[in-house]
Design a protein around this ligand. Structure first.
Ligand SMILES: [Zn+2]
Ligand SMILES: [Zn+2]
Length: 146
């Protein structure tokens, strides 16, 4: 499978994208605005930029949904978050602390780094805040099949 090579988004947009992914359906701009407590116009602008990067499609009056590329990216984002949170939990942080600290630093972990951590941990199934899904990119590369 082609590993994700698209453009990285800012952390705010990453949060929106992860949210859209978790919701798994058409999501309205107003819902995202309410969830993140920001102005709808701010969300509309950010979603426009995410759409331009090819990760979501916007259906007027109905909301946004992920494109296949966006789904792949969001899956990576969730895996990255959970891998980073799992690593942090090994340093005496509670699950809640590991989860929120991960949100602050996960942006600086490249796909290659996340995949290498994933492999070195033996592709863990569970993190502190949910299951970790492994794609072919992390689980088969480097001669370390599960
Ligand atoms: Zn978390
Ligand atoms: Zn993996």
């Amino acid at each position: 499978m082609q590993a994700f090579t698209g453009q990285e988004l800012s952390s705010k947009k990453v949060s929106y994208l992860k949210y859209i992914y978790m919701r798994g359906d058409l999501v309205k701009t107003t819902e995202i605005a309410a969830r993140f407590d920001v102005a709808p116009s701010t969300v509309t602008k950010a979603l426009g930029e995410i759409a331009k990067a090819g990760y979501i499609e916007h259906t007027p009056y109905h909301g946004v949904k992920l494109t296949p590329l966006g789904t792949e990216y969001a899956r990576f984002l969730v895996r990255r978050h959970r891998i980073v949170a799992l690593v942090l939990s090994h340093f005496g942080l509670t699950p809640e602390e590991a989860c929120s600290e991960a949100e602050k630093i996960e942006q600086s972990f490249s796909k290659d780094l996340v995949d290498r951590i994933c492999r070195s941990l033996g592709h863990p199934i569970m993190s502190v805040c949910g299951e970790i899904e492994h794609d072919h990119g992390c689980c088969s590369a480097g001669g370390h099949p599960v």
